[in-house]
Ligand binder design. Sequence first.
Ligand code: ZN
Length: 254
Amino acid sequence: MNAPRKTLTDEERAIYEWQIWVRDFGEEGQQRLKNASVLISRCGGLGGVVAYELAAAGVGKLVLAHGGNARPSDLNRQLRGTHASLGRPRIGTMTQRLLDLNPRLEIVAVGENVNEDNAARLVEQADVVVDCAPMFEERFAMNRQAVLQRKPLVECAMYDLEATITTGQPGTTPCLACWCPSVPSQWKRQFPVFGAVSGTVGCLAAMEAIKLIAGFGEPLFNRMLRMDLRDMTMQTLALARNPECAVCGSLPRD
Ligand SMILES: [Zn+2]
């Protein structure tokens, strides 16, 4: 049986007042956020901003997966970090910063990155998944579980001043493997990026998660938004399901 739906307190009504004014969102949307859970794979330059925006917006529960300790090269974009956090576990600093911002937030903090062994358990705990991982092995494991468990998945990526974002709904839209079946040959683990680029994509991803949970607006279903911040151009590309896709090809169409 589902847990009873939590209603807003007077304190929450005061904190979220300005967004409750948003057309088509309102108090009902805010209650949906309070009762929702979002999994964020990696809380670095991109996922850290997603987590911060969702905590600020009043999402009730965040499941965060990020391994390793903070390094100096994190500091140009991973806004959870301060100099005092260097050498410490990234997940611990992230958790503390989010609770400073929103002490009502429930956090499931996992000090490891998504992999084939933990993906099912992590995805089970979420209503929406936001994929901010740089490694394709993590992305593919997450995508497979999102499809199996029919959870919507926001896919984000960036390189240099370019970034892409799309949102998948298994059974309705393409999954990651439909348009990226294997690791791209030009991909590399370390890549050029400004924090302002990863942060831009993080804000867009947080907005996608909020719309999915609250049920308003038009998520990036069957579309990929591609932006180049070098010349400030944006394009929206059409994406289609691949009927031969090894991950979602056998899913019946919703
Ligand atoms: Zn697919």
